[in-house]
Ligand binder design. Structure first.
Ligand SMILES: [Zn+2]
Length: 151
């Protein structure tokens, strides 16, 4: 507890009192005014967080609806089918050029399928991550806005 001077009557008073005991001057007014400003600022931070969250949701949606992602999704099935078909044909030959040839084509399809799968998941993981961060920002942003609205 410290002693301060009352801005109204100039007498020494405790800094914990709400009103000056001598003249009745309200001391906490200035404090609430300052906290009002900082609460408004906090509300803006909450709004900015929500806006940023919306941007992340849009990014996530765009990331799994863009043409590259679609290309990989569509081609993955084709590559898998190509692998199965060629591996099956290769298995019909006990040995020789045909077996080796079809096996080689099958392994080519398998590699392409694996690359496509990797690409698909990199798009998905990016989207999931940005959605996660978006939800996080949204929750804290709304909390900030609501908390500072009440004051
Ligand atoms: Zn006073």
């Amino acid at each position: 507890m410290a002693m301060i001077k009352c801005p109204e009557c100039g007498r020494e008073i405790s800094d914990t009192v709400v009103k000056c005991p001598h003249c009745g001057y309200g001391l906490k007014k200035e404090v609430t005014a300052v906290s009002d400003i900082s609460n408004k600022k906090k509300r803006y931070i909450g709004i900015v967080m929500c806006v940023f969250a919306c941007m992340l949701f849009v990014f996530a949606l765009k990331n799994i609806t863009n043409s590259k992602y679609k290309f990989y999704v569509e081609n993955y099935d084709i590559y898998v089918a190509g692998y199965e078909q060629n591996a099956n044909t290769a298995s019909q030959y006990s040995s020789g050029i045909f077996r080796n040839g079809y096996s080689q084509i099958a392994s080519g399809y398998k590699d392409m399928a694996e690359d496509a799968k990797r690409a698909i998941w990199s798009y998905r993981i990016k989207s999931i991550a940005s959605c996660g961060v978006g939800v996080f920002l949204m929750v804290f942003g709304i909390k900030d806005i609501r908390k500072n609205k009440e004051i």
